[in-house]
Design a protein around this ligand. Structure first.
Ligand code: GSH
Length: 217
């Protein structure tokens, strides 16, 4: 299967798909591509977002759809449990993080580009993320992975989601979200030490430093 991953290592969603591809031992080509509203790119990515997975059958966007496709077409080194209920619990955890933790934290995104976050956004984002984190606290297992004994897509999604969202809440509120849920910081540390994570995050760090230098100039 010939696969191309379009996007940038600055993107936490790009890194989720990249980690999954590496976990499954798949060969793929990284094609550095910025989000864009250019007509040519919208053919591949209807919302102009990254990541995009280019397959022999065409392009796919939306990380959860891409991850589902990878699991179904490349079942080796599975990242979903086989039991349907356990699988649905993994999806529940992923969705909870994306909508209720990442969503409110993402409202602060201008902080990363050196912009001022409006007061009303600052006032709303933290209580919303706190509610989401409480829900995450009710779902996690840490035995030792976030949804049980097996590393799943939930570990990947929640980890890379926090790489951005916790950075944002740290910058804006001086708030470490990982300290809100018992066991979360330890799990995060454990996942960050995986060989694949180390590689993905090294590329992310290089891209962040390059962006910081561009903003300074
Ligand atoms: N729901 C999308 C989110 C992807 C996303 O937000 N990508 C960001 C980069 S991390 C992007 O392309 N932003 C540009 C834009 O929103 O126009 C997914 O699951 O893949």
């Amino acid at each position: 299967m010939s696969l191309k991953l379009l996007g940038i290592p600055l993107s936490n969603y790009y890194n989720m798909v990249k980690h999954a591809l590496m976990h499954k031992g798949l060969e793929f080509e990284e094609v550095m591509t910025r989000p864009s509203q250019e007509a040519e790119f919208l053919v591949k990515s209807p919302m102009g977002k990254v990541p995009v997975l280019e397959t022999a059958h065409g392009c796919l966007t939306e990380t959860d759809a891409i991850l589902d496709y990878l699991e179904e077409t490349c079942p080796q080194n599975p990242l979903f449990p086989t039991d349907p209920f356990a699988r649905a619990r993994v999806r529940q955890l992923m969705k909870t993080q994306e909508l209720y933790v990442e969503g409110p934290a993402h409202e602060l995104i201008m902080a990363i580009f050196g912009g001022e976050v409006p007061e009303h956004v600052k006032a709303n984002s933290q209580p919303a993320a706190r509610k989401g984190l409480a829900a995450i606290g009710r779902l996690v297992k840490f035995s030792p992975w976030i949804a049980g004994e097996q590393i799943t897509f939930a570990d990947i999604l929640v980890f890379y989601s926090f790489t951005l969202s916790n950075r944002l809440t740290g910058m804006v509120y001086g708030w470490d979200m990982l300290a809100e849920v018992p066991g979360l910081a330890e799990w995060y540390e454990q996942f960050s030490n995986l060989e694949i994570t180390t590689k993905v995050m090294a590329d992310n760090k290089a891209a962040s430093e390059a962006m910081a230098n561009r903003i300074k100039v």
